[in-house]
Design a protein around this ligand. Structure first.
Ligand SMILES: C[S@@+](CC[C@H](N)C(=O)[O-])C[C@H]1O[C@@H](n2cnc3c(N)ncnc32)[C@H](O)[C@@H]1O
Length: 265
């Protein structure tokens, strides 16, 4: 197990500062823009008190720390990117949360061995190449304690924001532009992002696996997981009369901004 090392007496290096700000905001702000819904759903659907939680693909730890602060639970955050884990460790020290542990680990090389009651992949599944995602889901199934569940949230590929570069390019659904044209547009507005593996917007875009609910279902089935619950959050859900409707059908599925899925063994 490779654990991130950190000298807490020093500041984080300059190139990690913007990531730190982002993660700290995700931790502290209940209304953080793209996490507002996740937090609302997690609070209303789960009681993590006394549970062992795995935040898989925890990134810079904003949500990992949020679970640890909001419930009396034990949380492990696992991520592949050492720069992300470095930020997460920094925040853990800053907020003195001792029920969290961060691990920088490639679970396909060194599998996880603990059992968890609640495994969450928050905005992660769309970043992992499909064959690796299938193997990881199969491994996570083995890591489920009796009665445990896996909760995934992700922007499906048809979502207006699925490209992750909407702000830079200035166009929703830009993932459907001809690829060369889109690459040029991203390159023109490219910027560094915190990360040792994907260090700018273009590489982050290229790392996306174009995940849809249906492709995820195929993978979870192969991994021996059953879907227990699904919520497709759509822009139309903002209308009070349509708050609870699932608009997961064509063409309204293009308005779905996030899929929330719960699976179990
Ligand atoms: C968009 S970030 C989401 C981070 C965090 N879950 C959050 O909500 O803020 C996606 C994360 O998945 C991580 N990731 C991608 N592939 C991974 C893998 N095979 N194992 C662990 N983490 C992975 C990336 O390093 C990145 O930190």
């Amino acid at each position: 197990m490779m654990t991130a090392t950190l000298n807490t007496t020093t500041q984080l290096p300059k190139h990690l500062q913007s990531g730190l700000q982002y993660a700290e905001n995700n931790f502290l702000d209940e209304h953080a823009r793209h996490l507002h819904l996740d937090k609302q759903l997690l609070r209303s659907r789960y009681d993590l008190t006394g549970k062992k939680v795995l935040d898989f693909g925890c990134g810079m730890g904003g949500m990992t720390l949020w679970y640890a602060k909001n419930w009396d639970c034990t949380v492990h955050g696992v991520d592949l990117d050492p720069a992300h884990v470095q930020v997460a460790e920094f925040l853990k020290e800053k907020y003195k949360l001792d029920n969290v542990e961060f691990l920088c680990q490639d679970v396909l090389k060194k599998p996880l061995t603990d059992k968890y009651d609640f495994i969450v992949l928050n905005d992660v599944a769309e970043h992992i190449p499909m064959p690796a995602l299938e193997a990881i889901l199969a491994q996570l199934r083995e890591c489920l304690a009796d009665g445990g569940v896996i909760f995934l949230s992700f922007p499906p590929w048809r979502s207006p924001y699925a490209s992750h570069v909407t702000n830079a390019v200035g166009l929703p659904w830009c993932q459907f532009l001809p690829q060369k044209m889109l690459y040029r547009m991203i390159e023109k507005n490219n910027k560094d992002i915190t990360g040792a593996i994907e260090g700018d917007l273009l590489s982050a875009y290229k790392g996306l696996n174009h995940l849809t609910y249906s492709s995820l279902s195929g993978l979870t089935k192969k991994a021996g997981l059953k879907t227990r619950w699904r919520k497709s959050h759509c822009l139309l859900n903002r209308l009070p009369a349509m708050q609870d409707t699932n608009f997961s059908f064509f063409p309204l599925d293009f308005l779905v901004t996030k899929e929330f899925v719960e699976v179990s063994a």
